[in-house]
Design a protein around this ligand. Structure first.
Ligand SMILES: [Zn+2]
Length: 187
C-alpha cells in the first residue's frame, strides 16, 4: 500500500491509499479523476437530498413476541436528511421484528380494521416532507384470513372465560399464563 496524490474530476486534490499491482493503481487514479472529491460529493448529496424520494413499504405481520398483528410502514430511500420530520410524524428508528433497521411505524391491526384510511393519512403526511413512492403487500385475502383468525382467538377466549368463570377477559388475554394456556389449547 502506498499514498498517492489524486486529482479529482472537480479539480480538488487529495491523498489516497492505493494497493495492488501498478496497473490497478493507475486505473484507480484514472477513475478518481472522473469522480468528485469527498467534500464535493458530500455537498452534492446534501444539495440533492430534498429531491430524492422516500420509499414506503406497507406490509402486515404477526409478531411472535406479543402475538399481535400489525400493519408496518417501513421507510427507505432518503430518510437521513429528514429524520427530524420523521420523528415528528411518529416514526421510530430501529429494527422491526421482520425487517432490517429502518424508520418505521407500527399500526395495531385493530386500528387498521376500524379505519384503513389511517395508512393513507400517514402517506399523505409523508408526502408533505418528501416525494414518496409507496408499495404495499397488504392483500384483501390475507386481511380476511387474519381477521378470521383474530375472531377465532377472541371467541375462543370468551368461551374459555365462561368456562373458567373469570370476571375479566383482559386478565386472561393479557396475563402471561392466559396466553400460555391459549397457545397450548390452540396447538
Ligand atoms: Zn472537490
Amino acid at each position: 500500500m502506498a499514498k498517492y496524490q489524486a486529482t479529482y474530476g472537480c479539480g480538488h486534490t487529495g491523498t489516497v491509499d492505493l494497493f495492488g499491482p501498478t496497473k490497478q493503481r493507475e486505473n484507480r487514479l484514472e477513475w478518481l479523476a472522473t469522480q468528485l472529491c469527498p467534500d464535493c460529493w458530500k455537498e452534492k448529496q446534501a444539495k440533492e437530498a430534498p429531491s430524492r424520494p422516500i420509499f414506503a413499504s406497507v406490509s402486515l405481520f404477526d409478531t411472535d413476541v406479543d402475538e399481535k398483528v400489525y400493519v408496518v410502514i417501513e421507510l427507505g430511500g432518503e430518510t437521513y436528511s429528514r429524520k427530524e420530520d420523521l420523528k415528528k410524524l411518529g416514526f421510530s428508528w430501529g429494527a422491526t421484528p421482520v425487517g432490517p433497521t429502518c424508520w418505521h411505524k407500527l399500526i395495531p391491526f385493530e386500528d387498521y380494521i376500524k379505519n384503513s384510511a389511517i395508512v393513507d393519512d400517514i402517506i399523505r403526511e409523508l408526502k408533505e416532507i418528501a416525494p414518496v413512492s409507496v408499495s404495499t403487500s397488504v392483500q384483501k385475502k390475507k386481511l380476511t384470513f387474519i381477521l378470521r383468525d383474530c375472531n377465532r382467538r377472541r371467541n375462543f377466549a370468551k368461551k374459555l372465560q365462561k368456562f373458567l368463570n373469570l370476571k375479566s377477559l383482559s386478565s386472561l388475554m393479557e396475563g402471561g399464563m392466559g396466553k400460555y394456556m391459549l397457545r397450548i389449547l390452540f396447538t
